[in-house]
Design a protein around this ligand. Structure first.
Ligand code: 87F
Length: 503
């Protein structure tokens, strides 16, 4: 039995800990709110180099869950994992001048070992085209060497200068980069879309974030490639689009530069068709921004390393031993049924403190077990997404918990989609466009698909909040009815395109 004075000490401790909660509201200051969520949920620790962050186990486990989905899927497609070096010589990096030109300021260099200057500086990979393709040229000889389909899981470094944000824009990040080479354009085209569908599933099925599959404009595509497809998400709170992942068809541009040639079955020389595609640790940031609330992180059950937190509620003279035993058997039963459940047995924290603590960390479901629940052979389930509470007979525990977890996953996606869709505004004129932009909308507009017109829109919307640009033209295109004109140029419209400010 605890004495009176030790109880008082406990209370004091509890009070002090309470200060660790969320202090900023999502609506009041989104940027501050975001920093607070990622730090307080223990996903991120800030580091003493600007733009670099520590990914703590809470974040890394999500990354691993996505990897555990994606990696077997690409292996089914015949893609194999490899690992290429982190470093690249200036010579090789500069080989593809057009491709590297715009990116050059972001490349980080190693110039010294110890105190002596290196004879030639060595770049740290910002992406691995120039690292890999010389070896593609070496390994590909005849049509039997095709297709060559490689992927690597690695880090890359891009020395960004604008507004670093954990997960969203960091100077070092994790990604997978796929690089493939085919004998025909048809095979390459097909793979681009297969990979894009996997990216959609990463976002929609795992992170419960709705995305739009589409094609990038000439201005926004990867300059080194033929065409770029992407999945695009939207953050209603900031009214900004965010590119979720990209799948490029590189055409034969890199094959020309790196001389990746092969002899076809008729003995004729051909050049390979290439693709490259990537998703990065940005995925996690998008998930945080879309689902998080004033209490902190909200995790979709599919990516939560702990899906259910069991909390004993031993008040007054309750039989704490029996409660503890009930909690332990609850966790055990759930774990046996492959539900990721854990128990918070700490005695120096009150149940109420634990509730907000695990809410802040985004745990999808909490189970409370107190004396009254024991009496009635039930447990209380509390959802993180809606706050809804339901008492469930212990005999129905597993089934009910599994159903609720599925329902949380579904509800997070549906709610996010409703909020996203509520931001979509169809416009036909320049006036409608600028009004929608000021109202933080995700703009859908008929467009003439001309580079100069997009440049002009960018110039005309330049301001404190950044210019508007195209996000993508959805693959799923509404019909362009007779006489529909571009909202910006008045020329005949060619495509329906999403526009907005973006990350
Ligand atoms: C920054 C510095 C140097 C992007 C860079 O999207 C080069 C680059 O090439 C660069 N930032 N890019 C484009 C990356 C294209 C492509 N690479 C493989 C992808 C998917 C994965």
């Amino acid at each position: 039995m605890a004495t009176k004075s030790s109880n008082a000490a406990k209370k004091k401790e509890v009070k002090k800990e309470t200060k660790l909660g969320m202090t900023v509201k999502k609506d009041d200051n989104f940027g501050e709110w975001y920093s607070e969520v990622v730090v307080h949920s223990e996903m991120i620790e800030y580091y003493d180099i600007s733009g670099c962050y520590i990914l703590r186990p809470q974040a890394m486990s999500i990354w691993e869950t996505l990897q555990a989905f994606f990696d077997p899927e690409i292996k089914k497609m015949g893609i194999k994992n490899a690992y290429f070096p982190l470093f690249v010589t200036e010579n090789v990096l500069q080989k593809e001048k057009d491709h590297i030109e715009g990116f050059a300021p972001e490349v980080a260099w190693v110039t010294k070992s110890g105190k002596s200057d290196l004879e030639v500086p060595i770049a740290i990979r910002p992406t691995s085209e120039t690292v890999m393709y010389p070896y593609f040229a070496k390994w590909i000889r005849g049509h039997r060497d095709l297709p060559l389909k490689l992927n690597q899981w690695c880090n890359v470094v891009r020395w960004e200068f604008s507004n670093p944000t954990p997960f969203i824009r960091s100077r070092e990040f994790l990604w997978q980069e796929g690089h493939t080479a085919f004998a025909t354009k048809e095979e390459a085209d097909q793979e681009v879309l297969e990979i894009l569908e996997l990216y959609r599933r990463v976002y929609e099925e795992y992170l419960a974030v709705p995305v739009i599959k589409g094609r990038k404009s000439e201005l926004e595509k990867f300059a080194g490639g033929l065409y770029t497809t992407s999945v695009e998400a939207f953050i209603p709170h900031t009214g900004r689009g965010i590119q979720g992942a990209t799948s490029h068809c590189l055409g034969q541009n890199f094959a020309k530069m790196f001389q990746i040639n092969f002899e076809d079955d008729k003995g004729e020389k051909g050049m390979v068709w290439q693709n490259s595609w990537a998703y990065s640790s940005r995925t996690i940031g998008v998930m945080v921004m879309v689902h998080g609330d004033d209490k902190g992180l909200v995790l979709p059950p599919k990516v939560a390393s702990v899906q259910v937190m069991v909390i004993p509620v031993p008040y007054k003279d309750a039989d704490t031993t029996a409660i503890k035993a009930a909690c332990e058997s609850t966790v055990k039963e759930l774990n046996t049924a492959a539900v990721r459940a854990d128990l918070d047995t700490r005695e120096n924290y009150s149940p109420g403190w634990k509730y907000s603590h695990w809410e802040m960390k985004g745990i999808p479901l909490r189970i409370e077990i107190g004396p009254r629940d024991l009496e009635k052979s039930q447990v209380r389930l509390v959802r993180r997404d809606t706050g809804a509470k339901v008492d469930v007979p212990m005999t129905e525990l597993v089934e009910k918990v599994q159903n609720i977890l599925l329902s949380i996953q579904e509800n997070l996606f549906n709610t996010a989609k409703e909020k996203r869709d509520a931001c979509i505004e169809k416009v036909h004129t320049w006036d409608e466009f600028t009004t929608a932009l000021n109202n933080k909308k995700l703009i859908f507009a008929p467009w003439c698909d001309e580079k100069e017109v997009e440049e002009d829109v960018k110039a005309r919307t330049k301001g404190d909040h950044g210019a508007a640009k195209t996000l993508c033209s959805p693959l799923d295109q509404p019909e362009i009815t007779e006489g529909t004109v571009c909202f910006a140029s008045g020329k005949p419209a060619k495509k329906w395109t999403y526009w907005g400010r973006s990350y």
